[in-house]
Design a protein. Structure first.
Length: 390
């Protein structure tokens, strides 16, 4: 058994956010009070106190300060445990002869999380149900495997996150990462990853294509039904098979590499609706001739040929991910992913022929790299600023 932490973004209502913040403030207050009690005990009696002695006082506290009844009792116990751990750490450092650093009082800005250590939380229909807080909307970007052990609510800036620690059957796979990668499927290259890595289209395919064309010409010169014709047909079939195998190998290798490296692989949804959406033809103002608009590569027949390659690639990843157990392959709406700036979120309009993303905010990167980052962020439900901070 292994422990695994899932972190999800929460979208509390304003009231829920207030309650979360309020709970956090109470926990901080309790933390500092518990710390002070330990300090004073030590100063006046020369002895410390224990977690149990402090926890026994909780009902009494609730009697004096009614509002503490509005917090799940295990959450409060967990605060006291935090204090105990802070002291344990302190004494350990003293013993080890290191610079000890006495446990400090926490300001409300520093104190940014509280925890349900056993009970009082559950996941129901895409909502995180928290005792004394309510049903909070959650962006659950991946399935939770195993038994949930603890639930920690964490504030980062103005955003709330939940960290669920689960006990999962350990699956042997190397290397193990909790990373999420966004993938932009391309025309001239097979794909670009949100890490900036590029998967080129297999070059040998081009070479084989030439051979195929040659073989086709040779075949056309042979007399139908002749022995030579039969041989030429065989050669064509062999070449076709070779191309297919090479392409297959290539897709297998790359899907294997992705599945072994990442936990979540995010693709753009290949919408059939896009097929019908043709790019508007562009005309030269003086001559009236039609100009290449740079969009044809992603529409019409070109698009459907690309699509089959892409779908095969996605299918490969899905299949391998399923066997790996803990890896997931997901898809997001690709709209605007290449136009929006992954740094600041503004829309930077560009033709398909423009290969570089250059934004007023100072973001300069490859167009497809930018798109891949947007695809990843869309799945994680993060805004641009947050993504940048993380
Ligand atoms: Zn920008």
């Amino acid at each position: 058994m292994a422990l695994k932490t899932y972190k999800f973004r929460l979208y509390p209502t304003r009231k829920q956010a207030e309650k979360l913040q309020w709970t956090l403030a109470r926990c901080c207050e309790l933390y500092n009070a518990a710390l002070q009690e330990r300090r004073e005990m030590y100063t006046y009696t020369g002895k410390g106190t224990t977690y149990n002695q402090q926890a026994m006082q909780l009902p009494e506290i609730k009697g004096i300060r009614e509002e503490y009844k509005d917090i799940h009792s295990q959450v409060l116990q967990d605060v006291l445990r935090k204090v105990e751990n802070a002291f344990k750490g302190f004494f350990k450092r003293v013993k080890a002869g290191k610079k000890p650093g006495y446990p400090r009082f926490q300001g409300c800005n520093r104190y940014d999380s509280f925890c349900y250590p056993q009970a009082g939380f559950s996941l129901e229909n895409g909502l995180l149900v928290l005792s004394k807080v309510g049903h909070v909307k959650i962006k659950q970007h991946r399935k939770v495997l195993g038994n949930m052990k603890t639930c920690t609510l964490k504030r980062e800036g103005n955003c709330w996150y939940v960290c669920l620690v689960c006990e999962v059957q350990s699956v042997p796979r190397t290397p193990y990462t909790d990373e999420c990668v966004g993938i932009d499927l391309g025309v001239s290259k097979l794909a670009t990853l949100s890490t900036g890595d590029v998967i080129e289209n297999p070059q040998h395919y081009r070479r084989a294509e030439k051979q195929l064309a040659k073989a086709g010409q040779a075949l056309s010169r042979k007399k139908r039904g002749s022995k030579r014709c039969k041989k030429a047909v065989e050669r064509m079939a062999r070449l076709h098979r070779k191309v297919r195998n090479q392409r297959n190998d290539y897709l297998h290798q790359w899907s294997r590499r992705l599945v072994n490296t990442y936990e979540t692989i995010v693709f753009e949804e290949i919408a059939p609706a896009n097929l019908s959406k043709r790019a508007k033809p562009k005309q030269d103002e003086e001559t009236g001739h039609y100009l290449p608009n740079g969009a044809s590569a992603k529409s019409g027949l070109n698009k459907s040929i690309l699509d089959t390659g892409w779908s095969t690639f996605i299918a490969r990843c899905e299949y391998k991910a399923e066997n790996a157990g803990t890896v997931q392959v997901v898809k997001v709406d690709p709209r605007m992913t290449s136009q929006v700036c992954s740094g600041c979120g503004t829309v930077v309009k560009k033709d398909l022929s423009e290969r570089w993303h250059s934004c007023a905010c100072g973001y300069e990167l490859d167009r497809d790299h930018n798109a891949a980052i947007n695809i990843r962020n869309r799945w994680l439900g993060r805004s641009h600023q947050e993504a940048q901070a993380s």
